[in-house]
Design a protein around this ligand. Structure first.
Ligand code: LLP
Length: 420
């Protein structure tokens, strides 16, 4: 197990003090289950390593936007990183503060900018010149100055999956490194913008520190140039992206990662600079599992299939990125294991959750798909008119429903048919 919040007691998987099987019995499957303790410990690892420095943590809401999850972080004093006005609404509903929130994203609409300015977000991470103009206009119409940071594309290779690598020249994100200095001058000249920072986000599931050090070096070179042009940069936002262990990856420990980066700022003579982190996956990924029940075992000539009640609509990562998630039995069996492809009921060959997994299972058994807390429920859909799973938060010996299972009738409640 990756995290002691998820562990076996006498062959039975537990989430903190609660047997996973009892959660499945009580709330049904598929079922997302989060551990408050695992969320808290991951957040504290960041916050403790930031203590005593002008460094702050902004939880990337996109990784897991359940209100209870956001609320756990808000209570710990977290800031947030949002990419839509929908995420802003969630942060506020969960007790987070707009003044601790940064607004990222490549395509913010004028309406979203207005809402965020009115709410008083801490900073807009702007990604293009047209976006600077749009924000300036919105701010002017409200008689405000919008705090901005430019997302610069440092053109470093984060050495991760191409779909989740964002810091290369070929990606749609950020202002090209070579254009950044001139873009800062342009931003500086806009009456309703207040240039306060610089940021980057080089990718996700990054398991080495070196791409970050390269990115920080490039950003600090730029900061020095921008400041020599007479503008002042308060903060440097290094984005998110720290990876987790899904299988045998060995990402740096959160505390070591933060300390290494902050030490690098010092080494470069920028120890007093405010530093923002925007972690998502490393806070929530290993704090959640997806429980599912085996509907049928289907032995085949080439493959054996374990058909389970969770599918690509519940957890899209395997289908989308060929992502690996460990799959373990909820109750361990002594029987000998066989190789199975663990697949869902959706009518697509891409609907698989794990391939060639050694499992000792029988029909009706429960399985836990691990490391499902990040980009799990948030990317789920209603494909095949499947109601989305319930979400549960375990806190010690207690378990609470933090999102009810959808009912099928909700899925088409807002649809209508032609009158004749
Ligand atoms: N900040 C920005 C601007 C981002 O775009 C992202 C993620 C983060 C922070 C948080 O990154 P993290 O710490 O979670 O790596 N759906 C994909 C991951 C997409 C990540 C998008 N951006 C997956 O399931 O692997």
């Amino acid at each position: 197990m990756n995290d002691s919040a998820f562990h076996y007691v006498d062959g039975a998987l537990h989430v903190e003090g609660v047997p996973a099987a009892s959660l499945a019995e009580q709330f049904g499957t598929p079922l997302y289950v989060y551990s408050r303790d695992a969320l808290t410990r991951a957040y504290r690892a960041y916050a403790d390593a930031c203590a005593g420095r002008k460094a702050t943590v902004h939880v990337a809401v996109k990784a897991n936007s359940n209100l209870a999850v956001l609320n756990v972080f808000a209570r710990l004093g977290a800031g947030f990183d949002i990419v839509s006005s929908g995420e802003l609404a969630r942060v506020l509903a969960a007790g987070g503060k707009a003044s601790y929130t940064v607004f990222s994203g490549v395509g913010k609409s004028a309406a979203e900018m207005r809402e965020a300015l009115e709410a008083g977000v801490k900073c807009f991470n702007v990604e293009s010149i047209p976006e600077l103009h749009a924000l300036n206009e919105v701010a002017k119409s409200l008689g405000k100055k919008a705090p901005v940071s430019l997302r610069v594309n440092p053109d470093v290779d984060a050495k991760t999956h191409p779909y989740i690598s964002t810091g290369l020249k070929s990606n749609k994100f950020g202002v090209a490194f070579g254009d950044a200095r001139a873009t800062y001058r342009e931003a500086h000249d806009m009456a309703n913008l207040d240039v306060v920072g610089i940021d980057c986000h080089i990718g996700s599931q990054i398991t080495e520190v070196s791409p970050y050090l390269d990115a920080v070096d490039k950003l600090l070179d730029l900061v020095e140039q921008i400041e020599s042009d007479g503008m002042s940069i308060r903060h440097v936002d290094v984005g998110g992206g720290l990876g987790i262990t899904y299988d045998d990856e060995t990402p740096p420990d959160i505390g070591d990662f933060v300390r290494t980066l902050l030490a690098h700022f010092e080494k470069r003579g920028h120890g007093q600079r405010e530093v923002y982190f925007e972690p998502g996956r490393s806070l929530v990924g290993n704090a959640g599992v997806l429980l599912t029940r085996v509907e049928y075992l289907k032995p085949g000539e080439e493959k054996n299939f374990a058909i389970v009640d969770a599918a690509m609509n519940d957890l899209a990562r395997p289908a989308m990125y060929e992502a690996f998630h460990r799959i373990v039995p909820v109750i361990e069996r002594k029987a000998s294991a066989r190789l199975y492809d663990v697949v869902g009921p959706v009518c697509e060959s891409g609907d698989w959750l794990g391939r060639d997994r050694e499992l000792a299972v029988e029909q009706g058994d429960l399985l836990a798909i691990l490391s499902a807390g990040a980009y799990g429920f948030v990317m789920s859909s209603n494909y095949n008119t499947r109601a989305r799973a319930a979400e549960i938060m375990v806190d010690g010996e207690r378990a609470r429903v933090v999102r009810e299972r959808e009912e099928v009738k909700q899925l088409f409640a807002s649809e209508s048919i032609l009158p004749d």
